[in-house]
Design a protein around this ligand. Structure first.
Ligand code: BES
Ligand code: MN
Ligand code: ZN
Length: 491
């Protein structure tokens, strides 16, 4: 369900709302601007701060009931010592999650004197906090709650000045909600076909051009690498192209590329059964690309963007690729398949080679590509590699601005040695060490002729533990990194 955001200017004490969330930093003084609100709680709010029942620590919350015609309840939300965009987003998310759990339909958020970025981040956080996936629960996931949360009001000093920030925040949040939903959907529902249909819906909504190719078309294009993965499944693989034109037609586009493995069993090199169900998230890169296109379609930045998604599943079967097989990708390079579980790079090889025909100004791909990136960076930082340092720096900055920090790993030529093959141009896996880097080296063989940055999101696209601001499941990464990069490049 779409989530509505609006603004309120003036004293929040006079806002009739079932819930007002007030974000405060660590050890903050009670804000003077909220004196009337404090009175409506009989002074409980300022007392809670003074008595240190509420210290403003990150994710800390305290609920206080109020009297009168203003807010019925006030939720204090701590931001800790962070005062950046991420802290506001996080506080608004925590508030949104609480509000959703309480069963209020809407809530208001006060975060002090917010600038445009602050308003945007509050809007994003409020919306994402209220996000949940309930479509497959036959009894309402609401339990005893009255109503699901569907709207938030951000308190601002000037409604007019905040209008664009709210609209942009709404666009980005809707993109992230779409990405989260696709990612959490089980593989039997979120199929390559479903991803293609979702792309077509986005195209229709925002008047983009959408082309969907299947096995036949890919055979014509000589995509032997992508098709090697797809040959293990009877489902038709989908190669999806979405084109957004916000600038002159001749202007070089930014290309966003996504790995869309709707399920990765490992294929013949099958994965252990334990936690294999998490491999439904192996299309998170594709979900991130589609989420970004939804946001871009709403924001309409002056720039051209092309989205390229390779979607299939990796299955063991009588027709599946085998270790030792050699296949030829669309750029003519041959690949010896050592491990069929290194399938994401095989799919991306042909998609990245295809991107060259757009003569793009930059290409960013996102993929849940390696378990090794989880070992290196855990669930905190996106693994970032590429062939152009300036573009890498730009992507790192975009990730920071969007609260999805990345960390660069070295793509030194020494690591390329690991994927040398006795019989083909390269192998699809290296030896044991530096798995994220050798995977990126493999991709670099196909990302030729343009500036390219690779995001390994295997550790950051979803969380296996509840993060307070984000429930167990998909995070929405890297939608914001994509959007920040694209709007940074727009005219
Ligand atoms: N989709 C996986 C990567 C992955 C692993 C994502 C764990 C999230 C959590 C990818 O296709 C894969 O299986 N990679 C292999 C590569 C190996 C065979 C060289 C891996 O990382 O184990
Ligand atoms: Mn795999
Ligand atoms: Zn995979």
């Amino acid at each position: 369900m779409a989530f509505a955001r609006s603004t309120h200017a003036g004293d929040p004490a006079r806002l009739a709302t079932p819930l007002l969330a007030v974000a405060l930093g660590a050890d903050a003084k009670f804000p003077r601007a909220l004196a009337a609100l404090d009175r409506s709680t009989g002074g409980a709010l300022s007392r809670a701060l003074k008595e240190r029942d509420f210290k403003g620590g990150r994710d800390e919350t305290l609920l206080v009931l109020a009297k009168g015609s203003g807010p019925k309840r006030v939720l204090l939300v701590g931001m800790g010592t962070g005062d950046d965009a991420a802290a506001i987003t996080r506080a608004a998310s925590v508030a949104g999650r609480k509000a959703n759990g309480m069963g209020v339909e809407r809530f208001a958020f006060w975060g002090g004197d917010l600038d445009a970025r602050g308003v945007e981040n509050a809007a994003i956080g409020a919306s994402l906090g209220g996000w949940e996936y309930t479509e497959l629960k036959s009894t309402s996931a609401n339990g005893g709650r009255a109503k699901p949360l569907t709207a938030a009001i951000i308190c601002v000093s000037d409604t007019k000045a905040a209008a664009k920030a709210i609209a942009d925040g709404q666009a980005i949040a809707e993109g992230q909600r779409l990405a989260r939903r696709l990612a959490i959907m089980p593989g039997n529902l979120c199929t390559p076909e479903y991803i293609a249909e979702t792309a077509k819906e986005i195209a229709k909504r925002h008047k983009l051009k959408c082309t969907v190719m299947g096995r036949k078309e890919m055979e014509k294009l000589g995509m032997g690498s992508f098709l090697a993965v797809a040959q293990g499944t009877p489902q038709d693989p989908k190669f999806i192209v979405l084109e957004y034109k916000g600038a002159e037609p001749a202007e070089a586009p930014v290309a966003l590329v996504g790995k869309g493995l709707c399920f990765d069993s490992g294929g013949i090199s099958i994965k252990p059964a334990d936690r294999m169900e998490w491999m439904k998230f192996d299309m998170s890169g594709a979900a991130g690309v589609l989420g970004a296109m939804e946001a871009i379609g709403r924001m309409k930045p002056e720039i051209n963007v092309v989205a390229l998604i390779g979607s299939t599943t990796n299955m063991p079967s009588g027709t599946a690729m085998n270790p030792g097989d050699v296949v030829r990708a669309s750029n003519g390079k041959t690949i010896e398949i050592i491990n069929t579980d290194a399938e994401g790079r095989l799919v991306l090889a042909d998609v990245l080679a295809y991107a060259a025909r757009y003569k793009p100004q930059a290409v960013i791909d996102a993929a849940t590509l390696t378990g090794a990136v989880v070992i290196a960076l855990g669930n905190i930082a996106v693994g970032v590699l590429g062939n152009d340092q300036e573009t890498i720096n730009e992507v790192l900055a975009a990730g920071r601005a969007g609260g999805e920090p990345g960390w660069q790993l070295p793509l030194w030529p020494e690591y390329r040695e690991q994927i040398k093959s006795d019989v083909a141009d390269m192998k699809n896996t290296g030896s044991r060490g530096a798995g994220t880097i050798t995977a990126a080296h493999f991709l670099a063989e196909f990302a030729e002729g343009y500036k390219w940055v690779h995001l390994d999101i295997a550790g950051t696209a979803y969380t296996e533990t509840d993060l307070v601001a984000i429930p167990r499941g998909p995070t929405g990464t890297p939608v914001r990194t994509f959007v920040e990069f694209v709007r940074g490049r727009a005219h």
